[in-house]
Design a protein around this ligand. Structure first.
Ligand code: GLY
Ligand code: MN
Ligand code: MN
Length: 438
């Protein structure tokens, strides 16, 4: 496969990773191909942690990190195989791992069980995620057991302690480098265009899957890998199903359509949601709810500042949404009481955002113990409040039933304040109606 990124970036990350590991070793895994059904396969997409540190794009590989060793970066990979490559594509192989990906040593993946013990000897802690690949777990545990006697004789360390392999690399990934920001900007740019096209296409009778095809087609036509997660197109009350991906029904005049879609560009994904009126004009009740969600989103974005707590964004959104719900008669009683009792969850049941990067729900902690972490420059996150009024909610005024609205942008936290990477996507009522031809 063609190398997709700058190998110097990965090399620099490995230096920092090995430093952060200290005296621990790490073992990161690239799974095999995922089958779609029977013998049909999905296009392979590398696991994000392994990709981040190596740039390796082939399936079925293991990367070992051994700080302080003569060969600190060791890979096990699928070997070159002329016959297999005719069917499934070119492989980098063992030589490729060393010559093009900077491995200090590389071996065929089949040699892993026999070599693992010696390679991990001397490390008391291994960063590894058990449970993803049971045969690999067994090979690892057998290797550790095989080291027990020599370790007892020599007094050497063997890895009896395991730490989640995503922990350290997740902390690295949560602060984006300039090269990553450039890719996120491109993913955002393509995604904004796709959403604008979707708005222009959404007439009554058009199916949700046709809107999906426009969005996903635009991602591919612009060099994206496709959507970074399955595109959501929900007309009418389908918008109230948070992860609706059936995308099968026809849009109806007077309904809203919710599209949650982001292009993955060179491994980095955008994540945008827009909700727009089929036919071009919001009705009165739709407009009233939309304005509440929009104000909540703008206030939450404003809280995405260096030194603020991650949780501040959610608190800001919840307060504005709850004020709106009380004002519009969807909740009774005081705003504070509704927040305190969490009654808002009836119409707003998800969080206000997440880290964004190689994965749509990107790596990195949100809490240190029970304390919400502070935002830092270079972090990228989504801000995505919504309101969802079930069609059968007899407690809600009838005019609002079956309306689902989410508005989601991608925000880069900078020393100068929040930078909206997806600002080019129509969002105000006037801009959305104009894009819908209303
Ligand atoms: N598209 C998934 C999310 O917004 O979290
Ligand atoms: Mn999101
Ligand atoms: Mn989303």
């Amino acid at each position: 496969m063609l190398q997709h990124t700058d190998s110097a970036l990965h090399a620099d990350r490995r230096i920092r990773y090995l430093e952060a590991l200290g005296t621990d070793a790490a073992m990161l895994v690239a799974p095999g191909h995922h089958h779609r059904n029977a013998d049909s396969e999905y296009r392979y997409r590398q696991a994000s942690d392994l990709f981040y540190l190596t740039g390796w794009e082939d399936p079925e590989a293991v990367a070992l990190f051994r700080p302080g060793a003569e060969q600190p970066f060791v890979m096990f990979v699928q070997p070159r195989d002329k016959e297999r490559e005719v069917w499934t594509g070119r492989r980098e192989g063992v030589a490729g791992a060393m010559e093009r990906y900077g491995a200090d040593a590389a071996y065929p993946i089949a040699e892993l069980p026999g070599r693992l013990g010696a390679l991990l000897f001397g490390y008391g802690t291994l960063h590894y995620r058990p449970g993803d690949d049971p045969p690999l777990d067994r090979a690892l545990f057998a290797a550790v057991r095989s080291m027990a006697k020599p370790a007892a004789r020599n007094g050497g360390e063997i890895p009896w302690t395991f730490v989640d392999a995503g922990r350290l690399v997740g902390e690295m990934r949560v602060r984006k480098e300039p090269a990553e920001l450039a890719l996120l900007r491109e993913a955002a740019r393509i995604s904004c265009e796709a959403h604008t096209l979707a708005m222009g296409s959404g007439r009554a009778g058009v199916h949700e899957y046709e809107v999906e095809a426009i969005v996903d087609g635009w991602f591919r036509r612009n060099g994206g890998n496709g959507p970074g997660y399955t595109t959501i197109v929900g007309g009418g009350a389908n918008a109230c199903i948070l992860h609706y991906i059936t995308n099968r029904e026809a849009l109806r005049e007077g309904d809203l359509c919710l599209v949650d879609a982001g292009c993955e560009y060179r491994y980095y994904t955008a994540d945008i949601t827009r909700t727009w009126p089929v036919g071009g004009c919001f009705s009165g009740p739709q407009k009233a709810l939309y304005e509440v969600v929009l104000e909540a989103q703008l206030q939450a974005i404003d809280a995405a500042r260096v030194g603020r707590n991650y949780k501040d964004m959610h608190d800001a959104a919840v307060r504005r949404l709850t004020e709106g719900l009380v004002h519009l008669g969807l909740l009774q009683g005081s705003v504070d009481e509704n927040i305190h009792q969490e009654h808002f969850k009836r119409y707003y049941m998800h969080g206000t955002g997440h880290w964004l990067g190689l994965d749509v729900h990107d790596a990195g902690l949100y809490w240190g113990g029970f304390v919400s972490r502070k935002l830092e420059a270079g972090m990228v996150l989504t801000v995505e409040p919504g309101l969802y009024v079930p069609a059968d909610d007899e407690k809600a005024p009838e005019a609002f039933r079956g309306i689902g609205i989410r508005i989601e942008d991608d925000i880069h936290v900078t020393v100068d304040g929040p930078e909206n990477l997806t600002a080019a996507c129509p969002k105000s009522i006037a801009a959305v109606e104009a894009a819908c031809g209303g």
